[in-house]
Ligand binder design. Structure first.
Ligand SMILES: Cc1ncc(COP(=O)(O)O)c(C=O)c1O
Length: 379
């Protein structure tokens, strides 16, 4: 069998931490009771575990525990935030603002609302991928009910100016939703202190399980449920809670934040090493600002090669992607890179490197040698 490719796609997903797997293990079998079954001891025990996990997550995010709504991940959290907030504020206004480089889990719910008759402004970004707060200031108005801007970009890793955005939203009475799927677990974030009203995140982006995430909903913020049923999560998201996944989410966040500063420092050095090696190969440019950016992300465009040949060559030695996991599935060039001003051809010949806990200096050297050989063949 061929050697396993070097995995550099940690922004698509991270492996579940073995300590997280161990914390979840008994909850699939022996301790399986429904945490809503408060009429018997096994159910009460499950409820206690969910409460403890909620408190631990709340402490990590500096939020009151009841502001956390568990969801199946960031996609669902984004849908709940965007559709739920706009539905609850229909009588107040019908204008939504977002940004061209958002994940499709934000853009698509916004476009869905536009089809239903709401008005949507999609702000452009500068060539470095950053939103200029003056653009938001110019677009926001009395009918704007929601502004949705991500914390860290999933393709180019740039960090948006959240404090400035929050201040503008506050001044205009618009709710601020932030998709923080790529930031939570990698940097400390205190959403309510920053002025964020709604914050989404997903466990598998920080060494937790897939299929679980949450939405932070600021106290007293109106939100219409999008999934109706048994009334779990204060009626904001019905459906039986998954005790193992919730315990896994809380354990993962604890562990991820414990080594986040050291990890960012180490991966930042490896990322810089990767970039300086690639730069020496010539005809390669970085997509997005190098600062402020997630330490574990690098995204480059390679001149003079065809995107599909580049990626079929890369696949033989590396697990990397061209854009987000979702845009690679559609085969379309990344809308994020197009928004930065790259041509379709440049966007297609782009590579996202997502470094992670398992990445070593040896792997970076092997990656550089592999790409060097590949480009010599392709150019
Ligand atoms: C920024 C961002 N938002 C949302 C999502 C969706 O997360 P999930 O697939 O876990 O729902 C992702 C994952 O790719 C992401 O990177």
């Amino acid at each position: 069998m061929a050697a396993a490719p070097i995995y550099l796609d940690h922004q698509a997903s991270t492996p579940c931490d073995p300590a997280v797997v161990a914390a979840m293990a008994p909850l699939w079998g022996e301790d399986f009771a429904n945490p809503s079954s408060r009429g018997h001891r096994p159910g009460l025990n499950a409820a206690l575990l969910v409460d403890q996990a909620r408190e631990s997550l709340a402490a990590a995010l500096a939020i009151p525990p009841h502001t956390l709504v568990f969801t199946s991940g960031a996609t669902e959290a984004n849908n709940l935030a965007i559709k739920g907030l706009c539905e609850a504020r229909l009588a107040r206004g019908r204008h939504v603002i977002t940004v061209a480089t958002e994940h499709r889990a934000v853009l698509d719910p916004c476009r869905y609302l536009e089809r239903l008759g709401l008005s949507l402004t999609v702000l452009p970004v500068a060539a470095d991928g950053l939103l200029d707060p003056a653009q938001l200031e110019a677009a926001i108005g009395p009918s704007t009910v929601l502004v949705s801007v991500m914390a860290a970009n999933n393709e180019i890793g740039v960090l948006q100016p959240l404090e400035a955005i929050a201040a503008i939203c506050r001044r205009h009475g618009a709710a601020f939703h932030c998709d923080a799927a790529q930031l939570v677990g990698h940097q400390l974030i205190k959403p309510l202190e920053l002025g964020i009203d709604l914050l989404s995140f997903s466990g598998h982006k920080f060494y937790g399980p897939k299929g679980i995430g949450a939405l932070v909903v600021a106290e007293d913020l109106e939100l219409a449920a999008q999934i109706h049923g048994g009334g779990q999560e204060g009626g904001r998201r019905s459906g039986s809670l998954s005790t193992p996944l919730i315990v896994g989410l809380a354990t993962a966040l604890d562990l991820a934040l414990a080594d986040a500063p050291g990890r960012a420092q180490r991966l930042g050095q490896l990322r810089d090493q990767l970039w300086s090696g690639l730069e020496q190969l010539g005809g390669i440019c970085v997509n997005g600002a190098l600062e402020p950016r997630l330490a574990h992300n690098l995204n480059v465009s390679v001149a003079g090669v065809d995107g599909s040949r580049l990626h079929s060559g890369l696949r033989r030695g590396l697990a990397v992607s061209g854009g987000s996991a979702c845009s690679s599935a559609s085969g379309e060039p990344s809308h994020v890179l197009i928004a930065l001003g790259r041509s379709r051809q440049e966007a297609a010949a782009s590579v996202r490197f997502g470094l992670g806990r398992s990445t070593t200096e040896e792997q970076i050297k092997e990656t550089l040698a592999f790409i060097n050989q590949l480009l010599a063949k392709l150019r």
